[in-house]
Design a protein around this ligand. Structure first.
Ligand SMILES: Cc1cc2nc3c(=O)[nH]c(=O)nc-3n(C[C@H](O)[C@H](O)[C@H](O)COP(=O)(O)OP(=O)(O)OC[C@H]3O[C@@H](n4cnc5c(N)ncnc54)[C@H](O)[C@@H]3O)c2cc1C
Ligand code: SF4
Length: 572
């Protein structure tokens, strides 16, 4: 019997465990197996295999019962997730539905999640920009949160490393505030986007309109073909899962690569309830999981644990990993875990029309989504009455004018004798928020889900800084649009709750001092160094850039450190 137990423990012992198989977990799996470690990836959601499990990917618009729109009953049953622009008939199977996984909104927060193998890497909009020195130096310069324990130079080689493998299209623009990367060719701006670029260049020195940078294979390299991926076909049906592997996801890229090593064990449908801590060894020894179908619990063991459950779920899991040594959650000696949550502010938009370029129209599709305007406020020095700033997206479009006849003979006639509508131009703000102690998540003291996990209470709100920043975006873009000769300019404050930007970060922040932070410069828990957190939970501040590329780079960097440290017989 004793032997049987030993055999059973051995069978459940790995070199490394990764919790979550999304953007960060996929990278951890690839890197750990690539370095020869027998790795277990545990994922709470169902399995989603590349191509095979993209049920809508080749469907025609008329094959959808609701033409792609959200069915009314689904909308009514899911008020939170329905507010996400990407929750549509063709992709709704990738989104967590409201009733399936409840959480507590102490303040309104739209928590958008994807519980499946691949996590939200299947659902994302693929915008990928590096952070700059101004971002990593931000908290120290502007006096909020704590100083990052790393600088741009520490991450730059790892940005290059992940960009080459993932495939990022972009243009080398030579901007200090938005460093260039290892780019595949950029998707060009269309005529009116380019016109606006020139106008801004002439009239606003220091402001730039560039091609959006995105994780699409505009021109694959040999390593991408080796991954089984081919050139992006510009179908722009990415939200359904891409059979060409045209965009980066864990499912198309990192997980299959890790599988090829023969060292990966992937276990879907397993909720990690807690991380096990051994007081004598003073380290984490493994995890306790619950099978989503049978509800049976099992333990798995490893020397290295990567927590990549997605920012807020990583907070939930660590807070729930209590022991005699860590009664407030694993590594939470200072009681700050769950606090200083940050996010992005996407609640402002502006639209306009352009009367020029009448001989031109848009043709084809741009999977990058148009232009990007890097942050220009408070970059080199503080110049406004609010801290930090915003980046912005830019999109111009000109389509056929069907407004008069949406159906019938008139509609047919408008197709046979096309008449173009005006150029429309739109922009949305991507504002940096300041992580504050009062923006927090915590475990619900009484309520649990059906797998025995406490519900997560979320208490996050905008503040006065966000309001001033939004007003500045409206003022600056109204002026820039006016200067460019655009008309019918309309600002729109969506009034949306935090969360819909889907870039929640923090709660387990990095820092130099164990008294004021949870993780060190290598993403190790100060108080339990064989546990690494490299998803959004680790972020000390939020920048304006889309965050996922930074999670990928930090993950690859931390794995490199962990494996080298382990080889030296070091802390892990
Ligand atoms: C519509 C949309 C558009 C977006 N656009 C962009 C963009 O353009 N650019 C950008 O940078 N980012 C974008 N994002 C955000 C991006 O998807 C996330 O930043 C990224 O996926 C986060 O990676 P992650 O690994 O931390 O989390 P996820 O990708 O969410 O993966 C976490 C995984 O952990 C699993 N998990 C959670 N709890 C447990 C547990 N207890 N046990 C086991 N498994 C668990 C989850 O099921 C999930 O699979 C977008 C997201 C959405 C939904
Ligand atoms: S645009 Fe590219 S990545 Fe998106 S679905 Fe089409 S081929 Fe795939």
């Amino acid at each position: 019997m004793a032997n049987l137990n030993i055999d059973s423990v051995k069978a459940r012992t790995y070199d490394a465990i990764v919790i979550g198989s999304g953007m960060a977990g996929g990278w951890a799996a690839k890197e750990l197996t690539g370095k020869g470690l027998k790795t277990l990836v545990v994922e709470r959601g169902r399995d989603v295999q590349h191509i095979k499990d993209y049920p809508t990917t080749n469907m025609m618009p008329w094959e959808f019962p609701h033409g792609g729109a959200l069915p009314l009953d689904v909308k009514e049953a899911n008020p939170v997730v329905s507010r996400c622009y990407a929750f549509r008939e063709d992709a709704m199977h990738f989104f967590v539905k409201d009733a399936e996984h409840p959480y507590v909104q102490e303040k309104p927060f739209d928590w958008i999640r994807g519980y499946q193998v691949g996590g939200k890497s299947l659902m994302w909009a693929r915008q990928t920009q590096r952070w700059s020195s101004f971002d990593f130096e931000g908290p120290a310069r502007d006096g909020f949160a704590v100083d990052w324990p790393i600088r741009y130079q520490d991450v730059a080689p790892w940005y290059s490393y992940v960009e080459k493998f993932a495939g990022i299209s972009g243009h080398a623009d030579g901007l200090a505030e938005l460093p260039d990367g290892e780019f595949l060719p950029a998707y060009p701006l269309n005529a009116v986007e380019d016109y606006f670029r020139q106008q801004v260049k002439q009239k606003y020195p220091g402001r730039h309109v560039i091609s959006a940078r995105c994780a699409h294979l505009s021109k694959p390299n040999p390593v991408h073909y080796e991954q089984g991926r081919v050139q992006c076909q510009n179908r722009v049906l990415c939200q359904r899962g891409c059979p060409f592997g045209g965009y980066f996801s864990s499912n198309s890229t990192t997980l299959p690569w890790a599988q090829k090593s023969g060292l990966l064990t992937l276990k879907p449908n397993q909720v990690v309830q807690s991380i096990l801590y051994d007081e004598q060894q003073q380290r984490a020894t493994g995890i306790r999981v619950v099978d989503t179908h049978t509800k049976a619990t099992t333990e798995y063991y490893a020397r290295i644990v990567f927590v990549n459950a997605g920012a807020l779920n990583t907070n939930l899991l660590l807070l729930n990993s209590t022991s005699h040594r860590f009664p407030q959650g694993l590594g939470n000696d200072n009681g700050l875990m769950g606090k200083f949550v940050g996010f992005h502010n996407y609640s402002a938009r502006i639209s306009a029309e352009y009367d020029g370029a009448k001989d031109l129209t848009t043709d084809g599709r741009n999977p990058a989504g148009g232009g990007y305007i890097p942050r220009f406020r408070n970059v080199f020095k503080q110049e406004t009455n609010f801290l930090r700033g915003y980046a912005a997206g830019l999109e111009a479009h000109r389509g056929l004018d069907h407004t008069e006849h949406a159906i019938g003979n008139g509609f047919k006639d408008s197709i046979l004798h096309p008449k173009f509508g005006p150029w429309t131009v739109g922009s949305h703000m991507m504002g940096e928020t300041i992580p504050k102690e009062t923006n927090y998540v915590r475990l619900d003291p009484t309520r649990k889900d059906e797998w025995g996990m406490p519900l997560l209470n979320i208490s996050v709100a905008y503040d006065d800084n966000d309001a001033k920043m939004k007003q500045d975006y409206f003022d600056q873009f109204s002026e820039m649009f006016t200067q460019a000769g655009f008309t019918n300019i309309k600002t729109q404050d969506s009034g949306q709750a935090p969360g819909l930007d889907i870039h929640e970060m923090g709660g387990v922040r990095m820092g130099r001092d164990p008294k004021t932070s949870l993780l060190n410069e290598w993403n190790q828990l100060h108080a339990c160094p064989n546990v690494f957190v490299t998803d959004g939970a680790c972020m000390t501040s939020t920048s304006t850039q889309n965050p996922s590329l930074t999670y990928m780079a930090l993950t690859a960097r931390a794995v490199d450190y962990a494996v080298k440290a382990a080889a030296r017989g070091g802390v892990v």
